[in-house]
Structure formats: C-alpha cells, structure tokens
Design a protein around this ligand. Structure first.
Ligand code: NAD
Length: 347
C-alpha cells in the first residue's frame, strides 16, 4: 500500500505525529540512513489535505538523500512536514508537542529550518530535544546564506556551460521568491551587474528589491514568462510543469527551491525545449553542507564548509556534461549519481 503513495520511493520509515490539543499534525519521512542519520528541515505549511502533506514529506526527504549524497556528506535523507499555517497556528504548545515527537526519533532523524520554520523556532526546539541542527545555540546557525552562495555559484556554472562565460554584467535573471535565500542570491547577482526581475507574495520584499537593487517587480505567474536568460525559482516547489515550461523564455533554470519539477516528465520537457536545468538538490546544497558541519565528531569549520560549497559548480558542470553526452536530462543524471553513491555505501 505504501508503494501506491505518490512520492513513495522505498522510504525506510514514515512517522505520523498527531496531538489535537496542542495543534500538531506532523509527518516525518526518513528516506535513507545508509550514509548517516537522516537530516532535513521541517516545513510548516497549510497543506489542504493530509495526503498532500505526506507526499510533500516523501518527495522532500528523497531529495535530501540525493542532496547529501552528491554533496559528499555522511548523512541520510529525511524531512518533516507540519500541516499548519506558520503565521496563525505555530504556537509554543505545538512546537513543544513536536519536540516530544523528535525525542522519540533520536538517532534516526535530525531536523533544521525550512519554509515556515525559523531560526528562532529551531532554537526553541533545541532547548527541548537534541534532534535539531542549524540553531544559534551551539549550532551552525542560519543555513540560508550558504544556500544563497551555493546557488549563486551554481547559477554562474550553468551560465558558463551554456554561453562559455560566467560574466553576469547585463544578464537578466528572474527570481521568484525573495525570502532568506532569494534575497541573498539577488544581492550577489546585483553586485556582479545582473539585471533583476523579481516577484514575491510579500510586497515589502519586492519594494525593497526595487529600491535597493534596482529590480523590476512583476506579479504572480508573470515571473515565469519573464524575458530573461536565467529563471531562479526561490519560493516553493512544483513550479516547473506542463503548464509553465512552455511559457519560459529563460534558457537556464537555476534556483534554490526544493522539488522544482512538478513531475519527472518535466525534466524531459525542459530538455526538449533546450533549457538547461540545474538540479535543485545539487545547486541548493549549501545549507545542508553548513548544517552537516556541526553533526558528528568533527568540530564546525567554516573553511571546510566554504571548500565544500565551492565544489557545487564543478559537480553541476559534471552533471551538465554527462547529460549532454548521454542525451539524458540533468535531473536523471543527478539522481543516478546520487543512487550510485548510496548503493556503493550500502554494499
Ligand atoms: P523563505 O520562506 O524565507 O522565502 C520564501 C519566499 O518566497 C517568501 O518571501 C515568500 O513570500 C515567497 N513566495 C512564496 N510563494 C511565492 C510565489 N508563488 N511567488 C512568489 N514568491 C513566493 O524560504 P527560503 O529559506 O528562502 O527558501 C526558499 C526555497 O529554497 C524553498 O523552496 C526552500 O525549501 C529552498 N531551500 C532553502 C534552503 C535554506 O537554506 N533556507 C536550503 C535549501 C533549499
């Protein structure tokens, strides 16, 4: 029956946690623990159905396995989803109930920030459970600047692969979502002379980008059809689909959002349109690389983190080249590479 769940990929474990009094409805999905404990953030999001939350957790945790494997980390893949509106339903009582759930999973799953879960929430959890990373309380802190840096370097690698140069001067980039990562990416691109087109649900964020970065602001789905060289999805997943791919004018998709492809076929759709896609879990690994540095026996080292993040472009280039040689999609090649690493460790 589990195999019939959308997003199920031989996951080792799926945990459900419900505490109606304290408003918790959580799913923790552990995809693999072959390389190490399953690490992945907690997403707090008001999924309309429970099944949609489960699918989200299943897909995100699988992505985490591949992300850590490709980044060369001794970590497995996991992810949690709390079905709730972070602005309305995220109460201390709910987070306390969640910390209790995490305490039952010691050694299996370690959480961190994700959409809807802030650094302050991670710190709150860290007072109640050891199963949380990316905190300011003795942890590695906010992963987002490292994700933004890795995405920036990866975007440049895609540009170099596509055009032979990674000079950003005058290059038009559309950024969907100006949150922790999107904003960091926008600042770096602007500093190197790129012209930005941006969208966000929060008008204060787009207004700031307009004033501080000279960005052009567009509404809603217009960002997808923007006349740009690069489209950088930095909001939620599922943005590349049968409905949106025909609208893209960009020849490169390189952004930080997880699960950008709505379905596997969408990778093929991009290839058919000759759009170079930087697989999400490869380009956005900066955050997990930083978090991983606080786990295990070693001491956190910023130099080691920077060295690993700076390998993201060469990893992407290997994927782009192998995909071109073998006539495959980049996400297919990335998945093969990740599975090869996990299977080698399993053996
Ligand atoms: P965030 O919550 O700080 O920012 C997301 C932003 O996107 C918000 O400003 C929100 O208003 C905006 N947004 C949401 N829906 C939108 C839409 N339809 N159109 C335009 N804007 C929209 O999240 P974040 O930490 O910046 O993460 C962004 C993405 O990157 C997520 O998919 C996340 O899973 C992924 N990611 C983040 C990290 C990290 O280190 N934070 C690491 C890896 C992957």
């Amino acid at each position: 029956e589990a195999a019939a769940l959308p997003g199920f990929d031989g996951h080792e474990q799926v945990w459900l946690g419900r505490d109606t009094e304290r408003g918790l409805e959580a799913i923790v999905a552990v995809h693999t623990t072959v390389l190490g404990p399953a690490l992945g953030g907690t997403r707090i999001w008001p999924h309309v159905t429970f099944a949609a939350g489960v699918t989200d957790a299943l897909r995100l945790s699988r992505g985490m396995s591949f992300k850590s494997a490709i980044a060369g980390l001794a970590l497995g893949g996991g992810k949690a989803v709390i079905i709730a509106d972070p602005r309305r339903d995220k109460t201390p009582a709910m987070l306390e109930a969640y910390a209790e759930m995490l305490n039952a999973l010691v050694g299996q799953y370690i959480t961190a920030e994700d959409v809807g879960m802030t650094l302050a929430d991670a710190d709150f959890l860290a007072e109640r459970t050891p199963n949380v990373s990316g905190t300011t309380r003795g942890g590695s802190g906010n992963p987002s600047p490292f994700t933004a840096l890795g995405t920036f370097l990866g975007l440049k690698a895609a540009l170099r692969h596509r055009t032979g140069s990674d000079d950003l001067k005058g290059i038009r980039v559309a950024i969907q979502g100006l949150g922790s990562v999107g904003w960091g990416l926008a600042k770096r691109l602007h500093a190197e002379g790129a012209n930005l087109i941006v969208s966000d649900l929060d008008p204060a964020r787009t207004q700031r980008a307009s004033v501080e970065l000279g960005a052009t602001v567009v509404e809603g789905q217009e960002i997808i059809a923007a006349d740009v060289e690069v489209f950088a999805p930095c909001a939620l997943g599922g943005v590349l689909s049968a409905a949106t791919i025909p609208l893209l004018q960009a020849k490169i998709v390189a952004g930080a959002a997880n699960n950008q492809l709505a379905t596997v076929t969408d990778g093929e759709r991009l290839r058919e349109r000759d759009i170079l896609y930087a697989p999400d879990y490869v380009i956005n690994a900066g955050g997990v690389i930083n978090v991983a540095a606080e786990i295990g026996s070693g001491r956190y080292s910023l130099d080691d983190v920077m060295a690993r993040v700076s390998q993201i472009p060469s990893t992407l280039t290997r994927i782009f080249e192998r995909a071109a040689q073998e006539g495959r999609t980049t996400d297919d090649v990335a998945e093969t590479m990740a599975r090869e690493i996990i299977e080698a460790a399993r053996r």
